[in-house]
Design a protein around this ligand. Structure first.
Ligand SMILES: [Zn+2]
Length: 165
């Protein structure tokens, strides 16, 4: 065992935790190495000093702040159930995009106004999504048989070198 290996196991050793064979190897090294003995002594001093320190109990306010921070960080579960009419925020949630994106598509997405509020009928939004999908499908069919980026479908002649052992 060298000094690096010894110091890796020293804290387990001072806590009497390593396996017996390992403990023996550490002890042999410690008997021969003053540096590691000093390190162990220092470790034991620190352990003794911190044992006597008063335990710090977090205040109730502190615990509350931690718990609030954790709740803020936890992502809200994604909603899957929506009513027949969505407001702006619900539409963003329904489409899994942010409000800004909805803003960019506002002149495309079917909507109606009521009481100064912009509302979206879920059925109309679904139809709008379908129209988008249809467009994608048509583009795909047009490309079938044609060249894609000038590549006309020749098989590539590739020489794969054999690995000789
Ligand atoms: Zn050593």
């Amino acid at each position: 065992m060298n000094c690096r290996e010894c110091s890796e196991h020293l804290s387990e050793y001072s806590d009497h935790e390593p396996a017996e064979s390992e403990a023996r190897a550490i002890k042999v090294h410690l008997d021969a190495c003053e540096d590691c003995r000093n390190q162990l002594r220092l470790m034991e001093h620190m352990a003794a000093a911190t044992r006597d320190l008063p335990r710090h109990e977090p205040s109730a306010a502190c615990l509350l702040r931690i718990s609030e921070a954790i709740h803020r960080r936890a992502a809200l579960p994604l909603r899957t159930e929506f009513g027949p009419v969505l407001n702006f925020d619900e539409l963003a949630e329904y489409l899994r995009v942010d409000r800004e994106t909805i803003g960019q598509y506002l002149d495309e997405i079917p909507s109606f106004e009521m009481g100064g509020k912009l509302l979206f009928r879920k059925k109309s939004v679904e139809a709008w999504i379908e129209s988008k999908e249809m467009g994608f499908g048509l583009q795909r069919t047009e490309e079938v048989g044609g060249e894609v980026n000038g590549y006309s479908g020749h098989t590539l002649d590739v020489n794969i070198p054999c690995i000789q052992s």
